[in-house]
Design a protein around this ligand. Structure first.
Ligand SMILES: [Zn+2]
Length: 216
């Protein structure tokens, strides 16, 4: 299993993404593939975050709805019709699935709040990253200069004609974000490590982006 820790310079949170799991086979239907993976995702989250209070995963629709989680919500494996979550609550694990669209972590290093969103071509066009930044400002008094935006593995040119990762970087810069990180990893270039919805013609699994604020 390809597992990558992220943002290790920020001691107040833990972040990972889970890449391809060798040997797993998936049905062609995207939602069925996701449901088949949820038990594995929950188990992985429990192992990676033994102190977690709850785990929420977005059931994405390539839209811009973002759930605000404050820690009192009942546990729910999949929250339907959202493409992002924000929280400032310690012990809440946020999970975003992806397989070419970009997982984007937006961390407020001062107020210790975080957003995790799913921004592919459509979500980027609709501006889910700027929307998440606005929500962090409105709900947690975040200041853009304190934000660190990190773009995870996603499909990129030349494997895909639309450079939405570049657009996300531009959106973050325009919003006044203090730091933008992007390692430039393309999901379609390395099927040993990643799933690519486009390159595998839809018959593929999902990767999982994760983040949790620590309580200490
Ligand atoms: Zn590529």
């Amino acid at each position: 299993m390809s597992l990558q820790p992220f943002l290790q310079d920020l001691p107040f949170l833990s972040a990972y993404y889970v890449g391809r799991v060798p040997g797993m086979q998936f049905p062609a239907d995207r939602q069925e593939a996701l449901k088949a993976q949820i038990p594995f995702f929950k188990k992985t989250a429990r192992e990676l975050f033994p102190a977690a209070k709850s785990f929420f995963c977005a059931q994405e629709v390539h839209g811009t709805e973002i759930a605000i989680l404050r820690g009192s919500e009942p546990q729910q494996d999949l929250i339907p019709n959202i493409d992002g979550m924000i929280t400032n609550g310690p012990g809440i694990v946020l999970g975003i699935t992806f397989a070419d669209c970009a997982p984007v972590w937006i961390v407020d290093s001062q107020r210790k709040a975080v957003a995790l969103v799913h921004s592919g071509r459509r979500g980027t066009e609709a501006g889910i990253v700027p929307k998440a930044i606005q929500l962090l400002q409105a709900k947690f008094a975040s200041q853009p200069k304190d934000l660190i935006v990190t773009i995870g593995p996603c499909i990129r040119p030349p494997c895909y004609e639309v450079d939405f990762a570049k657009t996300i970087r531009e959106q973050a810069a325009q919003a006044g974000v203090g730091e933008i990180r992007d390692e430039g990893i393309c999901t379609a270039c390395d099927l040993e490590k990643y799933y690519s919805y486009r390159r595998e013609k839809g018959k593929t699994g999902h990767m999982l982006g994760l983040v949790m604020l620590r309580s200490n």
